[in-house]
Design a protein around this ligand. Structure first.
Ligand code: MTE
Length: 358
């Protein structure tokens, strides 16, 4: 076992703060990703949080500021949602085709995973605090201090009030039916289904209802979409929110050697926001011809679809590519576009692996 109970099949980018992704093969094995192989994206060290002493402060533009204990939260209606978390930096290595981001890790396709999250609706907590008429955004603050931020600060971000009031946005204390592990934000984290992972704030201790977006580093400077000529700075570019439609090949691995004949191909597809994956196509000739893949069980509107198909491959090197279609008939671009994100980059281009067939 590696640190924090993770399997040693994790691909560790940095040990402290821990940043580790799931290998393609491990990700392909389960529709619901076990906690011991779920990716970790941290901007600071995992804070010590004693569940018995933990409190959540809800204040700002509310009629009734509140401080809740874990028992108070557990006293509210328990809800569960199957949701995919995906880092905005997932598949960043594909961006190297377009632009390098010095100092940022070359994440492959494993900065994503799907779990069932159990907890209470943020909406139920907000209902107790009663946002005022001028409230438009909900700030979410974690207990970890990030030295990467300028200036160093607690990790935080915000979502619009209308999203915060939806049933699917949870303050989660369980992951896959077990207590939320420390490295994933125990005792309580936010889960914002359909949005980039950065909004799912871990080690939550403060909810601030506001009339404007969060002004901290992780929303105002990074996790934003920039034009090629723009440099990151406060308010520059557009904040990222909903995850862009994307798909990736998990099996066989990139650069794998396989035997000529039928080859089983498997991967994931994920549509952020309100959309769902309608169809997945795979091609062995660079996109000239496509076969439609079979989709695994539908885990609900907030979860990815794993998919699989069989391709007949002759000897030689082949580039296998995948593209998904969403419920609005949108698909993915063949190559990454010119927009970038200082912390992540949304690589929504076709997924690709090269296979050596002998
Ligand atoms: N919350 C806190 N407090 N600190 C963090 O560094 N990282 C965010 C988000 N929430 C982060 C955080 C990012 S960028 C992602 S992608 C997800 O947590 C990753 O969640 P996981 O580590 O549980 O997979």
């Amino acid at each position: 076992m590696a640190a924090y109970g993770k399997t040693d099949t994790m691909i560790v980018h940095t040990a402290d703060p821990l940043n580790a992704e799931t290998s393609r093969a491990a990700l392909a094995e389960h529709d619901l990703t076990p906690a011991d192989r779920f990716y970790v994206r941290n901007h600071g060290s995992v804070p010590d949080t004693d569940p018995a002493a933990w409190t959540l402060r809800i204040d700002g533009l509310v009629e009734q500021p509140l401080t809740l204990s874990l028992d108070d939260l557990r006293g509210l209606q328990r809800r569960e949602v199957a949701a995919t978390l995906q880092c905005a930096g997932n598949r960043r290595s594909g961006l190297l085709e377009v632009r390098d981001i010095p100092g940022e890790e070359p994440w492959g396709p494993g900065a994503t995973g799907t779990a069932t999250w159990g907890g209470v609706a943020l909406a139920d907590v907000l209902a107790l605090a009663r946002p005022t008429g001028t409230a438009t955004h909900v700030g979410l603050v974690g207990a970890d201090v990030s030295e990467e931020a300028e200036p160093p600060q607690e990790f935080g971000g915000s979502i619009r009030l209308e999203k915060a009031l939806r049933d699917e946005v949870l303050l989660a204390y369980e992951m896959n039916g077990e207590l939320l592990p420390p490295v994933h934000g125990a005792p309580v984290r936010v889960v914002v289904p359909g949005y980039i992972g950065a909004r799912s704030v871990k080690w939550l201790h403060h909810v601030e209802v506001r009339d404007r977006p969060w002004e901290g580093f992780f929303q105002d400077v990074v996790y934003r979409l920039l034009q090629p000529e723009q440099e990151p700075g406060p308010g520059v570019g557009t904040p990222l929110g909903e995850v862009a439609l994307n798909a990736e090949i998990l099996v066989p691995d990139h650069d794998a050697r396989v035997t000529a004949g039928p080859v089983a191909v498997r991967g994931y597809a994920f549509a952020g926001g309100e959309r769902h994956v309608a169809r997945v196509d795979v091609s062995a000739d660079g996109g000239k011809t496509w076969v439609e893949a079979d989709l695994d069980e539908d885990l609900g509107r907030w979860a990815w679809r794993l998919w699989s198909t069989e391709m007949h491959l002759d000897r030689g090197d082949h580039e296998i590519v995948v593209r998904a279609w969403d419920s609005a008939a949108a698909s993915q671009p063949e190559h990454p576009g010119p927009l970038w994100n200082p912390k992540g980059y949304v690589n929504n281009a076709w997924g690709r692996v090269t296979l050596h067939v002998a």
